[in-house]
Design a protein. Sequence first.
Length: 188
Amino acid sequence: MNPFRVAFVPGVTPDKWARIWGERSKVPLDLQPIGEEAQREVLETSTADMCFVRLPIDRDGLHVIPLYREVPVVVVSKEHVLSVLDEIATDDLADELELDQTGLTTKQAVETVAAGTGYLVLPMSVARIHHRKDVVTRPLVDGEESQIGLAWRIENEDERIEEFIGVVRGRTAQSSRTSPPKPKRRRS
């Protein structure tokens, strides 16, 4: 039986959904962590059946279900003047240097900020992944939230897609939109 392949971008934690899938389905679930730059490619190349994506994404040829929003945070060195604030507004950043992440991984960018060069704005979940003792994160109160969605190719008619959507959406195993549960055998 081929596994159902689900890719996910940094910051998404699919553990709960994987556990529920495992309880409901005999089909193995293959979770594939990917970089955000590959979120569309894994669907186009059929490397994954579905992908948790960070929106916006080019929706041409894709179904996309928006799932939840994430608060943006500012990442600064513990020694940075902004580190004393409980929350940060865009106006607070006016005279500060935003780190140019071009050519850097997120890990490298956070390391650079930790060394005292500029600040970063990241989704909270991504900042948590790259947390270090020498940086702090503060909510960006007027920043634009990012959004996570679940995407798959329009032409992919795999019946397991609807089952996985049901898991992610919190439908019960008895929901009319999920496959009927298999009858339990009675022992005589």
